[in-house]
Design a protein around this ligand. Structure first.
Ligand code: ATP
Ligand code: MG
Length: 468
């Protein structure tokens, strides 16, 4: 409605322009459109709140042609009642023609205004922005009917404007399992809430569905009466697709990582067996042969080669020992035979003997055996954590603890060394292959790895695997 129309009407009512604009415009939606319109016409009336900041600028119109006629009783400032007809015809937002005709006291004011060129452009731009926004917009009347819907949302739903606007309740565009949630939100808005947000499943005309988020605001008149809702709709199909894809890729990565870990373990087991059963046995046989040769050599010859033979025997024994160590590290035989607790103790003893660093182990072996893959993963974590202690910590003591309950198996390796910054910023910079490998191993068995460390405060590696 044009301001001039309002000014002209102001005299008729005896109110000051700003009071009139406020009262007239803010009440127009509830009084003129929804109350004075004939019941049968209500569905055909569209109401658009164009700019709430500038006096709730309202446009009232019926189905094409855009036109609305209604009678209204107004109260003059003097207290007298004024009966009038509002005859509004929309010619674009700023070019509306308003006629107020007083029936009782024969007053008649008729105004019309041509929209200025620049206003027309603004209106076109605004309309284009509203209709073709990348999100959906719609308004819903207190009885649930769709009052307005932009082109974007109509396109998403596959309906024509005529099929939806003024013709169907908004809730009919939602899937049955979401409609109750929507109605609950709608009622809270009607009962006084300012905003509501929800995610819902929309149903297209062809029956297909898409997910969307709804941000709904309640529009109220000057007295706080509920006039309509205004909602912004964001299509979540793309986001859901991207989330599904990310989940799928993460699951694939996890599977690949688990297969890599399994393949690595399998290869280690093969190498360990090869070292132990073939090279180890061959070395033992060679050692035995050398002892036999030494024993059977005639006295004169023995004096000549005994020292060399002893040297070769010592070297073979050292190599056999070394092969045993490597084979044991590749796949500790105790892990298969006696389980994790015993293996950790053995590993700790070997580490202490090799490095001189004190190791305290709290791992009860009587608490049963867990899942073999999880036990292997925990054992490998302990091995890598001890390697890190030796390489980086400068520690005097390491504490290893293993606790098991129905829900989980929890391994902790804590040292009293120099520590490092394991916080958010520091983690990526510090994470080498060792910590990454530990993390991957634990994730592959459905567990997790936690690194707790701070400079000067030691390091604790906690690995948790699900219980049986
Ligand atoms: N117990 C520890 N005490 C002090 N610093 C540690 C400890 N464990 C790890 N760090 C720090 O974290 C970094 C990453 O450890 P990570 O095991 O991932 O890699 P790395 O040991 O450097 O190399 P690698 O890939 O051979 O294991 C180390 O370089 C070190 O700075
Ligand atoms: Mg390391």
């Amino acid at each position: 409605m044009h301001v001039e129309a309002i000014r002209a009407a102001v005299d008729l009512r005896g109110a000051r322009p700003h009071q009139f604009e406020q009262r007239f415009l803010e009440r127009a939606a509830a009084d003129v459109v929804l109350e004075t319109a004939h019941r049968g016409e209500r569905f055909g009336i569209r109401l658009a709140v164009v700019d709430r900041r500038s006096h709730s600028f309202l446009r009232v119109n019926r189905r094409d042609p855009l036109h609305c006629r209604s009678g209204q009783r107004s109260i003059r400032k003097s207290g007298k009642t004024l009966w009038g007809n509002h005859d509004g015809e929309s010619e674009g937002v700023a070019g509306a023609r308003i006629a107020l005709v007083s029936e009782r006291n024969e007053l008649r004011v008729e105004t019309s205004a041509e929209p200025r060129a620049e206003v027309r452009v603004e209106v076109r731009e605004f309309r284009d922005l509203y209709e073709n926004a990348p999100c959906g917009y719609h308004s819903v009347a207190p009885d649930g009917t769709i009052l307005q819907m932009n082109r974007t949302e109509l396109r998403w739903l596959g309906f024509s404007r005529r099929e939806l606007v003024g013709a169907r309740p908004f809730v009919s565009t939602l899937s049955p399992r979401c409609s109750r949630r929507y109605l609950r939100a709608f009622h809270t808005l009607r009962d006084g809430a300012a905003r509501a947000g929800l995610q819902a499943e929309f149903v297209r005309k062809d029956g297909s569905v898409f997910p969307a988020s709804l941000d709904i605001a309640a529009l109220r008149d000057a007295d706080g009466g509920f006039v309509a809702t205004q909602a912004t709709v964001i299509d979540l199909s793309e986001r859901r697709r991207a989330e599904d894809e990310a989940r799928r890729l993460a699951a694939r990565l996890r599977t690949m990582s688990r297969r890599t870990v399994d393949a690595q373990e399998c290869e280690r087991r093969r190498l360990s067996t090869e070292l132990h059963d073939r090279i180890g046995q061959d070395l033992a046989a060679a050692n035995l042969d050398l002892h036999l040769i030494k024993d059977e050599l005639p006295g004169s010859l023995r004096a000549l080669v005994a020292a060399r033979l002893d040297d070769a025997i010592a070297r073979i024994e050292a190599t056999a020992e070394c092969v045993r160590d490597v084979a044991g590290a590749l796949r500790p035989p105790v892990l298969d035979a006696y389980g994790l607790a015993v293996s950790l103790r053995t590993c700790a003893e070997q580490f202490a003997a090799r490095t001189g660093i004190r190791v305290v182990v709290d791992a009860r072996s009587g608490s049963g055996r867990g899942d073999a893959r999880a036990e292997t993963a925990l054992y490998r974590v302990c091995q890598e954590a001890l390697t890190n202690v030796l390489r980086h910590a400068g520690a005097h003591e390491v504490r290893i603890s293993l606790h098991r309950n129905d829900a989980e198996v929890r391994l902790s390796v804590a040292d009293d060394g120099c520590g490092f910054d394991s916080g958010e910023a520091g983690a990526a910079e510090h994470e080498g292959l060792g910590i990454l490998g530990m993390r991957e191993r634990m994730l592959a068995v459905g567990g997790e790895l936690i690194v707790e460390s701070a400079r000067g405060a030691g390091t604790r590696i906690v690995a948790r695997a699900p219980g049986r």
